[in-house]
Write a protein that binds this ligand. Structure first.
Ligand code: ADP
Ligand code: MG
Length: 316
């Protein structure tokens, strides 16, 4: 079994009357890219802040690299790279000076630091901006600077809190590829996001959070197997009769249907030939159909089925 990197047991954090973390536990092992996925307000940032001993908590235990984490655990902190949700860099320092400053908190050897800062600049692709001050950078470039500041000292554990919010697609892809590369080079990664596609693409294991609780945990495939829905089939068809809808809803593996007069949606659980069977029924009744879609479940479906609400924010 791989070495434990982060172990959180029964963490409880209250802000006044609000329970932000409700007996929350995690066990993250060396080499993982662990995703904390949850809607805004579910407790991701609170978890990270407790983990780093930046925030006191009401109950629970936290160990990092097998040792208890406290505000003065400098040896542990040295091995952690943290990229906060809100960009934290100095406006009066250039790109180079910012990275040098943060790297200098951990690396005192000047030659070594120079090399590390250089590597971090290349890594995030900010070479041509090295003399720029943060205010002159676009949102995406600023995020990349934030990341460079967090990783320049080559930490063993890298924690990124929603690093792609309000980032252009080019920077977003670069950030996601960069994280995968850091992981290939040996870092364990904790990645929080409310974008399920990113988490699904990047993470080896995922905990889904809602209202301070862990509602599910596993690989993407494991999470999807937890739910009943395995396939959602949508068929454009006009004027379906009640009889046809009923016949389809009685097919094996079909557990729900919806028809709005133009779009016929069939929710299936298990089964390999759902689409063929449904099309067969429509053909028997000589229904002419438009486009046909078959979708596999997403992590949103997992969230929806467990909590009864959508993970994705409205308007996104
Ligand atoms: P996330 O990072 O998943 O969006 P947070 O950890 O920021 O969630 O917040 C979890 C809950 O705690 C939310 O309901 C939020 O409003 C609340 N919260 C966060 N920080 C504070 C604070 N400093 N004081 C009071 N409530 C807070
Ligand atoms: Mg947050």
């Amino acid at each position: 079994m791989k070495q434990s990197v982060v172990k959180i047991e029964n963490l409880v954090k209250r802000y006044g009357d609000l329970i932000a973390l409700d007996h929350f536990s995690l066990d993250i092992r060396e080499g993982e890219i662990f995703g904390l996925l949850g809607p805004n307000g579910s407790g991701k940032t609170t978890t990270i802040n407790c983990l780093l001993a930046l925030l006191s908590f009401d109950k629970g235990d936290i160990e990092i690299f097998g040792k208890k984490m406290t505000p003065t655990s400098y040896e542990i902190k040295q091995e952690i790279g943290i990229i906060m949700q809100n960009v934290a860099v100095f406006d009066e320092l250039t790109v180079y000076e910012n990275i040098d400053y943060f790297c200098g908190l951990y690396i005192s050897d000047r030659e070594k630091r120079k090399q590390y800062v250089e590597e971090a600049i290349q890594f995030v692709g900010l070479d041509e901006f090295r003399k720029f001050r943060p205010k002159k950078l676009s949102g995406g470039l600023l995020r990349r600077l934030n990341i460079a500041c967090g990783i320049a000292h080559k930490p063993k554990l890298i924690i990124l809190d929603e690093p792609t919010v309000a980032v252009d697609p080019q920077s977003r892809n670069r950030i996601l590829e960069g994280i995968a590369e850091l992981n290939r080079n040996g870092a364990t990664v904790i990645y929080t996001s409310h974008y399920m596609e990113e988490v699904e693409q990047l993470c080896t294991r995922i905990a889904i959070m809602d209202r301070g609780r862990k509602i599910a945990e596993g690989t993407t495939d494991e999470l999807k197997r937890m739910i009943c829905n395995t396939e959602t089939i949508t068929i454009e068809a006009l004027a379906l009769t009640d009889e046809i809808v009923k016949t389809v809803s009685e097919l094996p593996h079909v557990y729900d249907t919806a028809y709005d007069g133009t779009k016929f949606t069939v929710f299936c659980s298990g089964g390999k030939h759902n689409l063929l069977r449904i099309l067969g029924v429509l053909q028997e009744h000589s229904v002419s159909i438009g486009r046909v879609f078959s979708e596999r479940p997403t992590l949103n479906d997992v969230f929806l089925e467990i909590t009864g609400k959508a993970l994705r924010d409205k308007g996104e």
